[in-house]
Design a protein around this ligand. Structure first.
Ligand code: ATP
Ligand code: MG
Length: 355
């Protein structure tokens, strides 16, 4: 249960934890039960842009909720259901994420404020959040549609392709981290690809905007399979949790999973909490196999450091030889036989100067 008021948040944050070593994941929702009804008339719908001053409303040209047709359901996760929708006047496709539950006013206002901030996020490697509708208490987020879906289950043993994909994800993560946004749920199902071979980070359902001086985030959301050891077991780093370093661990697990074609720990990704917790917190971090190039093995090790302070930042990783490809022919000489070419040769790096 999420606290509904700032006072409740403070009360919960200040309460001593009985078992500080344990952090339980949220229970899974039953998607069939939670699939919402078809779109009702739009009269009760407020868009997030309507909460803005008139001048800004005009600049943003909000999309009218009633002009959206649901085409099909793309999938459901623990937080909501995603639909492919058509904006009739422009024939443009979008993804509409319907967030489960009818939230209390204060919680809804907080989600609206966060989504409002995320509307300003603008980077080639981050899924664009276009608008938000508060439809009779149900929150719906209008997102850029990624026509090739997520990278979940993708196997990429061809290192140059994996390096390009990694560079794109890192560019998005670097942009977010520079804006003090910690994602907190980096995993293959939140990495989306389109037919232009652009890879983008999706799903800010659990991300939070961190002020420069704010305490690091410490709540636990989503699956623990991609979470860093110190986030699962808060004893490991003296109770300190650095969300930025946490994102880098999750990135490392995801990239190694793409390379291996399987979850890199000796336990199923869907495994029970205790087995995942043992595998992630009590053993050495997984490594790339000896058949991989030295650059790739080192890159994975830079992400999967047990000590979060030793993990590289997104900015540093963007300059890693595995990503830049500037290590001569070393990586090419050692690469395993390519199974398929997922991506074209990497274009020039595209760091947003505004980021
Ligand atoms: P969880 O919520 O447990 O983290 P998830 O990421 O699979 O899991 P959702 O984020 O609800 O759950 O996404 C459901 C499905 O919709 C996933 O298959 C995801 O890849 C797809 N999806 C999400 N956003 C988009 C989008 N903008 N364009 C295309 N597909 C999307
Ligand atoms: Mg998701």
């Amino acid at each position: 249960m999420k606290p509904s008021t700032p006072a409740a948040v403070n009360r919960i944050n200040n309460r001593p934890r009985r078992r500080p070593d344990l952090t339980l994941p949220l229970p899974q929702r039953e998607p069939q039960i939670a699939v919402p009804l078809p779109l009702p008339p739009s009269s009760a719908t407020t868009t997030s842009s309507q909460l803005l001053p008139p001048a800004q409303q005009q600049q943003q040209q909000p999309i009218n909720f009633s002009e959206l047709d649901r085409m099909n359901r793309i999938g459901s996760g623990s937080g909501g259901t995603v639909y492919k929708v058509l904006h009739r006047p422009t024939n443009r496709l979008f993804a509409l994420k319907v967030i489960y539950g009818n939230h209390e006013d204060e919680v809804r206002r907080q989600i609206c404020r966060e989504i409002e901030i995320l509307r300003d996020v603008d980077n080639l490697n981050v899924v664009k959040c276009h608008d938000m509708f508060d439809h009779a208490g149900e929150i719906q987020v209008l997102l850029e549609y990624m026509d090739c879906g997520s990278l979940e289950g993708t196997h990429i043993s061809h290192e140059p392709s994996l390096a390009d994909l990694t560079r794109q994800i890192l560019s998005g993560l670097y942009y977010l981290h520079r804006r003090k946004i910690v994602h907190r749920d980096i995993k293959p199902s939140n990495l989306l690809i389109n037919s232009k071979k652009q890879v983008k980070i999706a799903d800010f359902g659990v991300s939070r905007i961190l002020a420069q001086t704010m305490d690091p985030c410490n709540s636990s959301v989503g699956t623990i399979a991609y979470m860093s050891p110190e986030r699962i077991n808060t004893d490991l780093n003296h109770g300190k949790y650095d969300g930025y370093a946490g994102d880098i661990w999750s990135l490392g697990v995801s990239i190694l999973e793409f390379y291996l074609g399987r979850f890199p720990f000796p336990v199923g990704r869907q495994g029970d909490w205790a087995s995942l917790m043992c595998a992630i917190c009590m053993s050495q971090p997984p490594e790339a196999p000896p058949t991989a190039s030295r650059e790739f093995r080192e890159f994975v090790a830079c992400c999967l450091q047990r000590d979060p302070a030793r993990r590289w930042t997104a900015a540093q990783l963007l300059r890693h030889p595995f990503v830049t490809g500037l290590a001569g022919n070393h990586s090419i000489a050692n690469q395993v036989h390519p199974t398929h070419q997922l991506l074209p040769p990497p274009p020039r790096p595209h760091f947003s100067s505004s980021s």
